[in-house]
Design a binder for this molecule. Structure first.
Ligand SMILES: NC(=O)c1ccc[n+]([C@@H]2O[C@H](COP(=O)([O-])OP(=O)(O)OC[C@H]3O[C@@H](n4cnc5c(N)ncnc54)[C@H](OP(=O)(O)O)[C@@H]3O)[C@@H](O)[C@H]2O)c1
Length: 233
C-alpha cells in the first residue's frame, strides 16, 4: 500500500514540527506547511531523507486563497489526503482580562484558532471523503474546557472551546465516511507558546496528537483527549 498522506498546519516550529517528525517515523508521507516559506522550507530540509518523504507548501490559515492554493497542490500532487492536523494557533493571551479585552486580539484568535481549522476542514474534506477514510486532529487545549474554565486567557480559551464544538459537529457530519475527527490537548509543552517552564517536551505533546492519528477504524470520534484519555468538555 502507498504511504498515507498527512498534512500539518503551523509546522515550522514547536509541536507542529515535532508532529511532522513523528509522522515520518511512523511511515506517513508528510506535507509540512508554514505561513513563512523560508522558515517552512528550512524546517522541511531538516526532516528530509527520513520516512516516506516530506513536501513543503506555504499556508496561512487566515487566508482563504492560501488554503485554496494548498488544496490544489495536494489534489494534483497526491490526489488524496488521509490525515489533517490543525495545529497552527496564536495568542495565548495571559495578559488579557475578559472584562476589558483588546478585541483585535480576540478577533485574531478566533480567525486563526477557529476559522482556520474550519476552513481547512471544508477545503480538505472532499478529498478525504473520496477515499472514505481519514483522521482529523484539531489541536485544542485544556484552556478550551468549559468544565475547568477560568477567567484567564479569554481570547484563546473561547476560541479553543469553539474549536471543540466544531470538532463535535464535523465528527457527526462525516460519521458515515470513515473519517474520525477529534480534539486533542498536547498538554503544557515547552514551546514559544508554552514557555521554557512547561513540564512537557514537544515529543510528549506530539505523541498525544499521534494517538488520534493512529486510531483504528472503530476508534472514537467527536471526542476531546490528552494522551489518549478523555478530557472533560
Ligand atoms: N505549548 C503548549 O503548552 C500548548 C498547550 C495546549 C495547546 N497547545 C496548542 O498546540 C498547538 C501548537 O502550539 P505550539 O506550542 O507549538 O505553538 P508555537 O510554538 O507558538 O507555534 C505555533 C505555530 O503556528 C503557526 N501559525 C500561527 N498563525 C498561523 C497562521 N495564520 N497560519 C499558519 N500558521 C500559523 C506559527 O507560525 P509562525 O512561526 O509563522 O508564527 C507556528 O508555526 C496550538 O494549537 C496550541 O494552541 C499548545
Amino acid at each position: 500500500m502507498s504511504p498515507r498522506i498527512a498534512l500539518v498546519t503551523g509546522a515550522n516550529r514547536g509541536i507542529g514540527l515535532e508532529t511532522c517528525r513523528q509522522l515520518l517515523a511512523a511511515g506517513y508521507r508528510v506535507v509540512l506547511t508554514s505561513r513563512n516559506s523560508t522558515k517552512g522550507q528550512e524546517a522541511a530540509r531538516k526532516l528530509e531523507g527520513t520516512g516516506s518523504g516530506i513536501a513543503f507548501h506555504q499556508l496561512d490559515v487566515d487566508n482563504p486563497d492560501s488554503i485554496s492554493a494548498l488544496a490544489e497542490f495536494v489534489g494534483s500532487e497526491f490526489g488524496r489526503l488521509d490525515v489533517l492536523i490543525n495545529n497552527a494557533a496564536i495568542h495565548y493571551d495571559t495578559g488579557q482580562r475578559v472584562i476589558a479585552p483588546d478585541f483585535g486580539i480576540v478577533e485574531e484568535a478566533i480567525a486563526t484558532n477557529l476559522l482556520g481549522p474550519w476552513r481547512m476542514c471544508a477545503a480538505f474534506l472532499p478529498l478525504m471523503r473520496k477515499n472514505r477514510w481519514g483522521r482529523i486532529v484539531n489541536v485544542s487545549s485544556g484552556s478550551g474546557s468549559l468544565h475547568s474554565m477560568g477567567s484567564e486567557t479569554p481570547a484563546y480559551g473561547v476560541a479553543k472551546a469553539a474549536l471543540n464544538a466544531l470538532t463535535i459537529k464535523l465528527a457527526k457530519a462525516v460519521a458515515r465516511d470513515g473519517i474520525l475527527v477529534n480534539a486533542v490537548c498536547p498538554g503544557w509543552v515547552r514551546t514559544d507558546m508554552g514557555g521554557a517552564g512547561a513540564p512537557r517536551s514537544v515529543s510528549q505533546g506530539a505523541a498525544s496528537i499521534m494517538w488520534a492519528v493512529e486510531l483504528p477504524d472503530d476508534g472514537p470520534t467527536g471526542g476531546f483527549f490528552r494522551d489518549g484519555k478523555r478530557v472533560e468538555w
